[in-house]
Each structure stands twice: as structure tokens, then as C-alpha cells.
Design a protein around this ligand. Sequence first.
Ligand code: ADP
Ligand code: XUL
Length: 515
Amino acid sequence: MFLGIDASTQSLTAVVLDGISGEILAQQSVNFGANLPEYGCVSGFLPNGKNGEVHSPPAMWLDALDMLLEKLNGGIDLSKIEIICGSGQQHGTVYLDGTFDARLAALRNENSLASQLTPALTRATSPIWMDNSTGSACAEISEKMGGAHEVCRISGSIAIERFSGPQIRRFHQTDAAAYERTERIHLVSSFMGSVLLGRSMPIDLGDGAGMNLLNLAEGRWDENLLDATAPELAKRLLAPMPAGSLLGSIHPYFQKKYGFSNSCQIATFTGDNPASLVGMGATLPGQVVISLGTSDTYFAAMPQAVTDPQGFGHVFGNPAGGFMSLICFRNGSLAREAMRDAHRLDWSAFEKQAMLASSLLAGRNLMLPFYQPEITPRCSLSEPIFDFETDADSTAQVRALVESQFLNMRLHSQWLGVEPERILLTGGASRNDGIAQIIADVFQVPVERLEVANSAALGAALLAAAAGGQDLSSLQACYCQPENGSRLLPNTALAPIYQQALARYRQLLAAHAGE
Ligand code: ADP
Ligand code: XUL
């Protein structure tokens, strides 16, 4: 049996698969807002951060890990798990002092992970991918490197607010003493993996590429980027490794507390998007994945690394080898929730509204769908701009939001030059047929959903099985099948309407967001 664990923005999820029968044996999830309300993170992060800061407490992730394993232990025999791999929301950074590894070594199963490990944190809360406070750090890194394009040439992305390097630079600038005390910096993925392993785990090449620190071509930290970011950063990071490399046995804490065997191995964790690429069966070029989670992301395996001339898109390591492209849209599910709540709908009503009267309303009403500052394109709006009468009924508004979100995605993915034959959908909102049909219509491409909805956790479980010697493509052929009846075809009559809407959307953006 193989276990995949995904630590995403709003929840911690596990998928257990049987490497012999091809079955999924268990799927469990802990939702930070609902199951750990004492942390006050309704959507997985602390609300009301100052100066664009968006943080989450690592203690919450640790409590969630104990809770998730407790739940799993009730349903399956964890002593049969051979290998564990995992993934995490990308870019978030965890800062630890010199006692971290010793505290890990001394973990006692009578106490919780959080109570024993949080004293090692030099920063009580971690900036996550939604953090927008690092604008000046980005500008300084670019200047020291001789321009944004040089940062992009080496690392696959220009210096980006949510990326880890700028987060680290700002931490050094705002609290130099705490930075001094920091001996190890982890990403969310490598932090969670380290806890299971019982010592610090290296960052992998997929998630590591989201730091503005990795030399992509050479697969190592880039000395110039490290120097441009913060002093003596190299000694605070372990050398990066490919995802899914076997590192050693699970810590005795988990053996005693949850019944894992001492032969259970831990493999290098990766980012949620690289893991999702694996879990969607899309590690070879030719398919596009759209993930509708807290953020909406658009990603695909790349035949060769190409960078976005506008600087919004990224190149990450593909866990199966080579590279993947990724474009992230910050106003994903939380914007859809804002629209849903403004009209007092539930998801089922939202779904019906999105599907209603499709050909009559299609492409008619547009808006800039940004309830919070957006990253693709960069835009500091904190409420949407409607290009139609706002007393329009909820059907028109729901449709306008979803259409505009995906026109924005179509516009900002054109640089990839990919004409996909199908789009694979994943993430919490992918079950919503109204949203899925609009995606098919706006892109004019059939969409499909897979049987397993937790594609990042599934991808991590597949990486675990591959680390145990199984062939990744055969695993994907078995576990990443489209769900029967989930395929939605585009309404081809709408092609010219959306072509025209795309041009109007571009104008709206130029008028209000300066693009
Ligand atoms: P993450 O991995 O970022 O934590 P998920 O992929 O689990 O997020 O997706 C969670 C989001 O999915 C929630 O914020 C919620 O808005 C959205 N969601 C869940 N069910 C539906 C639905 N039926 N229709 C639209 N959105 C949904
Ligand atoms: C990707 C990104 C988000 C996070 C959270 O660059 O910022 O998709 O990985 O899922």
C-alpha cells in the first residue's frame, strides 16, 4: 500500500492506494477551517494580515497531520503502507532554529506534534502563496541580478511576490535577529515530509522551482540568486533533490502512535501542482490541466522550457522528468464564493445559474473578476469591476463571473502556444458542471474530470508507488481514468461569440488594469 498526503491551502488530504489490485483504499481529509476552528483560519490562512501579508500557522498543519493519521488509522491497517510521499501548497516558507532536528529526534508519542515542534519556529506563522507583501523585495532582487529577465532566465520566473525567495528577503529585512536564529528554511511540502521522516528533508526540484532560487537547467541552488536574496542563505537550505527519492524510514513517533511499520519509507515531497500533474496522468506533453482549488491554476508538461514574455507564468520541475508550465490565478474559488454568498446561493443553485440560458447570455456580460489583488495579470483591485448594470439578476452575474475568469485564463495562457485536445479538470470546484461547461465553451475544448478528485494527494501516492519500483505510466494508466460520463463537449456555435468576448475582455483589462 502507498500513501500520498497533500497539505493544501484549506485542507490536509490523504489517498491510500493498493499497488497490486489497482484500487483506491482510502481517502480522508481534514479541513483547517472546519476541523481546527481554534486557529481562526476559516479559509486556511489568518484573515486581516497587514501590508498584504497572508500567513498560516505551521502548528495548525501539524495538528491536522495528527488528526488525519488518527482518522486513517480507524479505517485501514497502516502497518501495510510501504512508502509515503506528499505534496504541499507551493511557495509558503517555514523558518526553524537549530533545535528542529533534535526536537524531531526526541518526539514522544504521548504529546502532540504541534506542542513538541513549534518551539523550534523562529517565525510563528508562515507566509503562504497568497502573500503580497514582498513587492520591494522582488524589485531589489531583480535589480541586484541585473533585471527581471535574468531572474527568469535562471529560475524560470521573474521575481514574484508570492515566491519563497522574496518572502525570505522580506523576513531578513523586517526581523534580522529572527533570521539570524533561523538555521533551516523549509517549504510547506518539505516541512511536512521532514516531520514524517524525523529529520530535515531536502526540497524537491518541482516545488523548489517556485522559490526564485533554483537554477532550473542545472537543478541546484543558484549562488547569485541566493546572494541577491538574503545573507548566508545557502547554509539554511539542503541541496535540492528530485521528487519521490527515498530518504529513510518513518519516525518511530508514527510507528508507535498510528501503527506504521518501521520499514515504511518516506520519499521527497513536492508542490501541489507538480503532484497534481502526476495525479492527472498528464506528465507527458499534450494535455492541459486546470485545477480549481483556492487558486485556479493552468498547467501542462512542457516539451522544452519556454518562459512567459509577460512574466506571469512559470516553469517548474516535472516530477516525471523535464519541466512543466504553470499559471496561477489568485481569484479562484474565493471569488466564486464571494459571488455565491452575495446572491445567497448554495453550490447547487450556483451550478444551475451558471448553466442557465447559456447560448442567450454567453459572452454578453463581462467583468474584471478580482475580489482581491490578482497576480495574473498583476492588478491591485480589491473589488470587481462590472461592465454591465449591477442590478442584473444573479444568473447574469454568476455567468459573467465564471466566463470572465476563464476568458482571463484563456488570454493569459496564449503564450504557451498549446492547442489542447482536451482539458482535464481537478480541484474542489471541478465537480460543478456549470463551471466545467463554461470552461469547455470558453476554450472550445472538451473537458474531462477523473475518478479521483484529490489529484495532488493521488499524484503523491503514485510517486510513492513509483519510488517503490513501479512504472509511473502504467500506474497512471490504471489510476488516472476519466470518470464515466464526466466529459463535456463545447458548444461550437459559441466559438465566435467567445472570440469576440475575448477581445472585449482584453479592452476592459486595458482600461482598468493598465495591461
Ligand atoms: P485547496 O486544494 O486549494 O485547499 P480544493 O481543491 O480543496 O482547495 O477546493 C476547495 C474549494 O472548492 C472551496 O474553496 C470551494 O469554494 C470550492 N468548491 C467546493 N465544492 C464546490 C462546488 N460544488 N462548486 C464550486 N466550487 C466548489
Ligand atoms: C502556484 C500557487 C498555488 C499554490 C496553492 O504557483 O501559488 O497554486 O500552489 O495551491
